[in-house]
Write a new protein. Structure first.
Length: 267
């Protein structure tokens, strides 16, 4: 089991009975939660980790077949929960981690108490009457750019997703995070993320869920959050009057408040 903890660079803070697991988004790592974690340390045991291919995870164990879908990442989350013998986990996931957490909870609902999704999307591509925010050609252009000039892609993409006009410091941090990852692994993670479609899984989710969305998000339009809320039975939907895809970096206090209000309500 120690291999699991080393593989995903797992950090555990405290030994409280209640457990929160924070899961980072695409191109990021566990340090993205540093503004959020201190506000939960008094009441909760905190579990942080890096997905394989991110942060200080063990890149040697990366397997393109295993991580060719979100299932590989879902299994890693379940492995960590088993290794630490956790139960009634509050899973806080950013972006694609929201779906990873939901899929893990569908597979093993007894291990989870609630889900908090920040900027989630079950499907990024537009599809008939569904508006995900991207056309297929948009994604292929992004992947081509990652292939040809990964650093250029990082410097181009980060200001867009982090709303550089109002959050330049966040944009710089996201760019640094993007550019520090392995290009091949990150490109495959991008393919898995942006071509995934988990709309049919939403109705299988039985865990109480909070959906948090920014009012202006270049990655996840408001329609996506509304779609999630309609299709996840036990869900609450909160819109933050802020811009960008990283409210836990740009507006940590508001993010903390929404999470805490929801968790107190669920007690």
């Amino acid at each position: 089991m120690n291999e699991v903890l080393k593989r995903n660079n797992v950090k555990v803070i405290g030994n409280k009975e209640k457990v929160i697991m924070f899961a980072h988004g695409f191109g990021c790592d566990q340090t993205m939660w540093r503004h959020i974690v201190p506000s939960f340390e008094e009441e909760y045991q905190i579990v942080l980790f890096d997905y394989v291919g991110s942060g200080d995870s063990n890149l040697k164990v990366y397997n393109s077949e295993k991580y060719g879908s979100l299932k590989g990442y879902v299994q890693d989350v379940l492995d960590i929960i088993e290794a630490l013998k956790l139960h009634e986990v509050i899973f806080v996931g950013h972006s694609v981690s929201s779906m990873i957490g939901m899929l893990a909870a569908i597979q093993k609902p007894e291990a989870f108490k609630s889900l908090v999704m920040i900027g989630p999307s079950p499907r990024y591509l537009n599809d008939r009457e569904y508006f995900g925010g991207f056309e297929e050609r948009d994604i292929y252009e992004m992947l081509d750019m990652m292939e040809m000039n990964f650093i250029g892609w990082s410097s181009y993409m980060a200001p867009i997703v982090a709303a550089n006009d109002v959050h330049p410091a966040v944009a710089k941090e996201v760019e640094k995070s993007f550019s520090s990852t392995d290009p091949k692994i990150t490109k495959q993670f991008a393919e898995v993320t942006f071509f995934s479609d988990h709309r049919k899984d939403l109705e299988k989710s039985s865990i109480p869920t909070l959906i948090i969305q920014c009012s202006e998000d270049s990655i996840v339009p408001i329609q996506v959050g509304e779609y999630l809320h309609r299709h996840i039975e036990k869900s609450d939907f909160k819109i933050m009057d802020v811009k960008g895809h990283y409210p836990h970096l740009s507006h940590p206090h508001e993010t903390i408040q929404l999470i805490k209000e929801y968790l107190y309500q669920m007690q």
